[in-house]
Design a protein around this ligand. Structure first.
Ligand code: AN7
Length: 371
């Protein structure tokens, strides 16, 4: 017999986003309206090429955060920040952004039905990200200054007016973003030995470390990873030990001269026995192309900073090859790929030879493809 078809929402999808999945570890209650686009649950992809590069006893995995609903890891934090803003009956949120935060804030604000104000550094954000903030109807203002200038303006505005700040200074952003470390541990069945990631405003390294420490305290894992963070050489305040007035890099997402979570990033580095180093734009571009050409994974330049860092450390002999007989166990390295390559297609086109034009006939095409 045929079942009657009722016009109900589909119930088949069990996955309900990071808040429902990790509710017990997050500051939400039955009173919190959950605003979600089913973010998280991103794949942990084994990298043949990078595992081979590091050598025997190493496995390298790529946490592909570009597959979140708006194309970056920011969605994990935004589902929390916007849900909490709604719980507090906020009417408007604001952020400064190198692009991804604004894309995510704009999309989640639409879901929540609240106003979203975005300040971006003029001319310095990737086109994909700008198009997202605009199409989701955020009020976007291009500030004649850099990200750090935009962030201080937004901080001042949100302190004085009833507008919620949704940059990672908002503690709920960090709470949501820490779910990525839970996913990695749940997937591997343990904590990785090393985690490599880009560092910009330093909220994400703060969030991951918080997540790992919480899972450790809850006895879900028995060890903690070394946190290896990478800044772009032209925007490396933490490495150089002072704010950078005019930060520069092709990785516009991490073009940040005075990170808001500076101290927490240093804490993650020091407590984990890791490091924060820098990579040049050339190294970033190389890693960017390697990921696309060897592993089939397209990321934005800022995300490639993690793989550039991995390759830099590997070249220096940082990853020691222990003979199987001494400790035996394979060591796992996870690289966080924070944003999708389609965010910044201009950069892809600039990094590679343009397509060759051929005559529109079979002979000419066959000749080019070698048949
Ligand atoms: C792809 O969107 O700061 O160290 O305003 O978009 O937590 O800042 C973006 C940062 C890495 C650095 N990768 O993370 C913004 C913004 C990508 C990013 C980072 C960003 P944080």
């Amino acid at each position: 017999m045929r079942k009657s078809h009722k016009a109900t929402k589909p119930q088949s999808h069990k996955y309900k986003g990071v808040i429902e999945r990790y509710r017990q570890y997050l500051p939400v209650s039955s009173k919190t309206p959950i605003v979600t686009l089913l973010e998280g649950n991103t794949p942990l992809i084994y990298s043949c090429y990078l595992s081979k590069t590091l050598g025997k006893n190493f496995e390298v995995y790529l946490k592909y955060e570009g597959l979140n609903p708006t194309g970056s890891f920011k969605d994990r934090g935004m589902t929390m920040a916007i849900s909490k803003a709604c719980e507090q009956k906020a009417k408007a949120v604001a952020c400064a952004s190198t692009g991804n935060t604004s894309a995510s804030a704009a999309a989640y604000s639409v879901r929540a039905g609240i106003k979203c104000i975005v300040l971006i550094p003029k001319g310095a954000i990737a086109l994909g990200k700008l198009s997202q903030a605009l199409i989701h109807n955020a009020q976007v203002l291009a500030v004649d200054g850099n990200f750090d200038d935009a962030l201080s303006l937004v901080r001042e505005i949100t302190e004085k007016y009833p507008i919620v700040l949704v940059n990672s200074l908002n503690p709920y952003r960090i709470e949501g973003q820490k779910t990525a470390s839970f996913e990695i541990c749940d997937c591997l069945g343990c904590a990785p030995d090393f985690q490599v990631m880009p560092v910009g405003n330093a909220g994400n390294i703060t969030a991951y470390w918080k997540g790992y420490k919480l899972y450790y305290a809850k006895k879900k894992i028995t060890g903690l990873p070394k946190m290896l963070g990478f800044q772009a050489a032209g925007s490396a305040p933490i490495v150089r030990g002072h704010p950078i007035k005019n930060p520069e890099t092709i990785a516009t997402a991490i073009r940040i001269g005075n990170p808001a979570s500076w101290k927490h990033a240093e804490q993650a580095r020091d407590e984990s026995g890791g490091l924060i180093d820098m990579v040049s734009d050339k190294e970033i571009t190389q890693a960017y192309k390697i990921l696309a050409a060897r592993d089939g994974v397209f990321v934005e330049p800022a995300s490639a900073a993690s793989v550039a860092g991995l390759l830099k450390l590997s070249g220096k002999g940082y990853f020691k090859q222990r003979p199987r007989s001494s400790t035996g166990r394979t060591q796992r390295v996870v690289c966080i790929l924070t944003g999708h390559g389609l965010k910044d297609p201009d950069r892809a086109i600039k990094s590679i030879k343009p397509p060759k034009t051929v005559k529109s006939n079979l002979k000419a095409v066959l000749k080019e493809i070698g048949y």
